[in-house]
Design a binder for this molecule. Structure first.
Ligand SMILES: *[C@@H]1O[C@H](CO)[C@@H](O)[C@H](O)[C@H]1NC(C)=O
Ligand SMILES: *[C@@H]1O[C@H](CO)[C@@H](O)[C@H](O)[C@H]1NC(C)=O
Ligand SMILES: *[C@@H]1O[C@H](CO)[C@@H](O)[C@H](O)[C@H]1NC(C)=O
Length: 544
């Protein structure tokens, strides 16, 4: 009948569009990082799958977030455990304890907390890198596994260089390499590969902006020196034995990273301060964002009950389900003072003073809530998904930064006038309520965030399409060597042209010396000549 006839072109088209991409499909090996980074990586994987690529994911046997079975990829299970989940939970708990133990009221107490925090992170990361190095050694020793990976003939390895494993595997298999990255094992990506003048580029963790006073620039330079030193000492030594064993004694491990074909950066210049970059860095910040869907009926009813006051949404991410009781009570009291309705993801014990405007939930549809027109403010710890989704939907932020680069992430939004930050060690009901009211009632915060949102959405290509394009580009051209600068093959004194400057200075010095000596010679000749003449005329006078 004519109904089926009408659908025929559509059916044909759908069939075709399913078949066409698969004939160009590549084979992609993904070596992901577990936890929240995997949540992001999965967005990429699903899109690559939809484009007809064949994806294989390497996962440890006790993987936390990375499931074994998926319609989007086949998994290769490593027959050993990583202990990632347990470790990261203890580590974060320890970090939180340090952050809470002392109020940063003075410069010194702040400083001391920072030092303790860095020391802890140094210890923790050393452990992590050791574990990763063992995992990769076990993997390389597993001949059957390695043979099957070789035989699979992958077109590209996609990995997160926060740990060293994926990069070494790509090198071992001799396959082009694409990173999904903000941090490598040696620090923030730009600082490693792009020219980074410290006069206007704040070092990670300093919470500085691109406009620095003289004392701030001192802080920036010192933080950079200390930071780069510790970073190089916590990562490389742990991988060195494995690198020596499998790649030879005079191989420099850091070049494995610098050798990547494409760096897909999980940020952009709406979020980041303007700075020099390189041709093989591709910005895909906000690639995980998507339009919101309608809320479940009960949640929608709760949101609608807020009337014109609107709702506050709070979550501290997947890792921090609970906080110490006294802090929880301060937060609950602050919420209770406000006329807004609150949706708060919290897994700990229910605070006794919870206001009747506050709904505690175990899980919330973050993206759908942020996209809801009644959402007034988002209380977040500054993780990657939260910050990017808040920018995407234009919702102002009250930040409670907890770990790693979260303070830095939030300080960027604050610098753009779209966030209020509260130090969790200083959190009291009045301070927190004040911060919430500022973000809700002072319209500049919302206006600034909506400006960021408009800028973020106004791009020639969606960030996710951009990411997929460049992965396919590497597959099509077997790498992207022509986009790499030569910088990483140079020693630091060649890179900084120290040798040329030294040479030129020597030449100038030489010329100055030649001038000096010839002038002296000339001077002597004239002077001595004069003296001789003079003496002669004296003699003539005497004799005359
Ligand atoms: C919530 O509590 C406030 C003050 O404690 C009270 O005025 C209000 O009627 C309560 N609302 C509901 C729905 O119980
Ligand atoms: C901070 O933001 C960046 C960029 O959005 C992201 O890659 C990073 O994971 C975030 N840091 C944390 C601790 O979530
Ligand atoms: C709103 O916040 C901005 C930026 O912090 C500030 O300059 C302005 O004075 C505030 N406006 C009001 C009405 O408080």
């Amino acid at each position: 009948n004519h109904h089926t006839m009408a659908y025929l072109p559509l059916v044909l088209f759908t069939l075709l569009s399913f078949q066409l991409p698969s004939s160009f499909g590549g084979k992609i090996l993904v070596f992901p990082l577990d936890g929240s980074h995997w949540v992001n990586m999965k967005v990429l994987i699903e899109e690559l799958h939809a484009k007809g690529h064949e994806i294989t994911v390497v996962r440890p046997s006790d993987s936390w977030y990375i499931s074994d079975k998926s319609p989007f990829y086949t998994s290769v299970m490593l027959p050993y455990s990583s202990g990632f989940e347990e470790n990261i939970k203890t580590y974060l708990f320890q970090q939180l304890e340090i952050r809470l133990q002392r109020k940063p009221t003075s410069f010194w107490s702040h400083m001391w907390t920072e030092i303790e925090m860095r020391r802890l992170i140094l210890d923790q990361f050393t452990q992590f890198h050791k574990g990763m190095s063992e995992t990769i050694t076990q993997m390389f020793e597993d001949e059957k596994l390695m043979q099957s990976l070789h035989a699979a003939k992958f077109d590209v390895v996609l990995t997160d260089p926060g740990f060293g494993g994926g990069t070494m595997l790509a090198r071992r298999l001799q396959v082009p390499l694409v990173f999904s990255v903000r941090w490598t094992i040696q620090g923030e990506t730009h600082l490693l590969i792009a020219p980074s003048p410290l006069a206007y580029i704040p070092f990670a963790g300093t919470e500085l902006t691109d406009k620095m006073t003289f004392p701030q620039r001192i802080k920036n330079l010192l933080s950079y020196s200390v930071g780069m030193y510790t970073m190089s000492h916590m990562a490389e030594p742990n991988y060195k034995p494995a690198v020596m064993k499998y790649f030879g004694p005079d191989v420099d491990y850091s070049t494995f990273f610098l050798d990547a074909d494409i760096w897909l950066m999980r940020n952009d210049f709406v979020f980041e301060f303007p700075r020099p970059t390189l041709p093989n860095i591709v910005y895909m910040g906000g690639f995980q964002c998507k339009p919101s869907n309608p809320l479940p009926a009960d949640l929608e009813a709760f949101v609608q009950s807020s009337g014109d006051h609107g709702v506050i949404v709070m979550t501290l991410g997947t890792l921090v389900g609970k906080l110490p009781q006294h802090i929880t009570e301060e937060i609950a009291a602050a919420f209770g003072q406000l006329p807004q309705k609150v949706i708060w993801r919290y897994l700990g014990q229910r605070p006794t003073n919870l206001g009747n405007n506050t709904l505690l939930v175990n899980w919330l549809p973050q993206n759908d809530l942020l996209g809801h027109p009644k959402t007034r403010v988002f209380v977040t710890h500054g993780g990657t998904n939260g910050v990017q989704e808040a920018i995407y939907h234009g919702v102002p932020v009250v930040g409670l930064p907890l770990f790693f680069d979260q303070p830095d992430n939030l300080s960027r939004i604050r610098a753009k006038g779209a966030a209020v930050i509260v130090d969790i060690a200083m959190l009291e009901r009045d301070i927190f309520a004040e911060a919430l009211m500022t973000a809700i009632y002072n319209s500049t915060y919302r206006e600034n965030m909506q400006m960021l949102s408009r800028l973020h959405r106004d791009q020639p290509m969606k960030p996710l399409d951009q990411a997929v394009f460049w992965i396919e580009y590497v597959i099509r051209h077997r790498g992207a060597r022509h986009l790499q600068t030569q910088s990483y093959k140079m020693s630091w004194f060649v890179y900084k042209s120290i040798d040329v400057i030294a040479f030129l200075l020597t030449v100038v010095l030489f010329m100055i010396l030649i001038c000096f000596f010839s002038l002296r010679l000339l001077w002597r000749m004239i002077f001595i000549g004069k003296k001789v003449k003079h003496e002669r005329s004296e003699k003539q006078k005497q004799s005359g």
